[in-house]
Design a protein around this ligand. Sequence first.
Ligand code: ATP
Ligand code: MG
Ligand code: MG
Ligand code: MG
Length: 466
Amino acid sequence: MNSSAELRQAFLDYFAQQDHTLVPSSPLVPGNDPTLLFTNAGMVQFKDTFLGREKRPYSRAASSQLCVRAGGKHNDLENVGYTARHHTFFEMLGNFSFGDYFKREAINYAWNFLTQVLHLPPERLWVTVYTEDDEAADIWLKELKVDPTRFSRCGEKDNFWSMGDTGPCGPCSEIFYDHGPEIPGGPPGSENAEADRYVEIWNLVFMQFNRDASGQLSPLPRPSVDTGMGLERLAAVVQGVHSNYEIDLFRNLIRAAAEATGCKDQNSKSLRVIADHIRSAAFLIADGVTPGNEGRGYVQRRIIRRAIRHGYQLGQQQPFFYQLVAPLVAEMGSAYPQLAGKQDYIERVLRTEEERFADTLELGLRLFDDLVAQARGGQIPGEAVFKLYDTYGFPADLTADLARERGLTLDLAGFDAEMTRQKERARAASQFGGAAMDRIELEGKTDFTGYEGTDDQGTLVALYRD
Ligand code: ATP
Ligand code: MG
Ligand code: MG
Ligand code: MG
């Protein structure tokens, strides 16, 4: 038992045996939450159940949820190609308790599944709990006798979870796998924890409190559990490889990407990016998100154009990305028939976008090369980034990706200023006061603009407010 498909099934079977109702993955565009860009965790479809607003005929559930983290609060787009463990699209295995079991059972189930069902050696695992969560610490250390030298307490940033500024929240406990001393990186909480040696595989969230508007925490009458484990990370562990991109499913996609682009080097970073992006692009199209200039459609466009640019870099100047839909269907179509059923349509949408971008890609890349030659202080000027965006269809994050490969950064403040100027021009030119050119309103609650901005750490994000 170690293919991705077998692991997914083993997880679901295990929790079915523990009286969990198996619930299919919900769509990538959340139906119940207009404030969320894409479904980014297994709990999304159960949000109202956790809040007590929706009753379900079961109090324990398990799922394998399709997730996209390519914009909004959890954005891993910039990590793809740079870490061994992040994707824009992945499957999150999860078990859930709606006021049924709590910490003791959740911890026991997780530990048993990893060490008894999958036979992972406990000495390769590392556990964290929230600093103040003595209850969870006791279960791990006293009841399960986990090695205290492979155990740590972490602060709020990593080990306290909340749904929003108010509402259910609580401590979490995470399980990491140690890929071994030959991989750089330190244990959770250490300085070098972000490297890929200790990889977080499973997050157990204990929803225990309600936070009110004044920030006060009060205990929930029926505490709940929400867990999430990345299937691809688990597959890497079980298959004995140190990167998600070396698991069965990705090996096949990378081979297909190598064929489609004519690339000879199976370890090329560009192939990993392409293999990652075909999954998010294709599954998003299957769920109705086509490339466009705003909102979700623009995130989709950013993903596809990044992939096309990487293909071009490998020497493929013809449409190729759409050819990866068939190998993806071969890998995932039987678990997710919604993908297989739309193969032709997905290919057509991708091919159209490839043809559209082909007109400006080469010219834009030439302009970019000139800019590199002129770059001062290691930065590409904001006006140039804007020109690439506006005239050549280069989303700013695509330009940032190009720049990063050459050790350069973008003047994003300058880019934002150009963007604002363009909006003002458009507003002035419009007799309607220039309302909705690049902005959408989702059910009146959310607006996210169609281009990227910077967050407080200066990384690119799709602008998105709730
Ligand atoms: P990391 O710290 O590695 O970025 P995370 O803390 O952001 O992970 P969670 O939000 O806790 O992740 O999600 C639950 C689980 O989903 C993680 O433990 C991991 O196994 C998996 N996961 C999260 N993000 C990704 C991703 N971008 N690609 C693949 N798997 C992921
Ligand atoms: Mg993360
Ligand atoms: Mg984490
Ligand atoms: Mg986590």
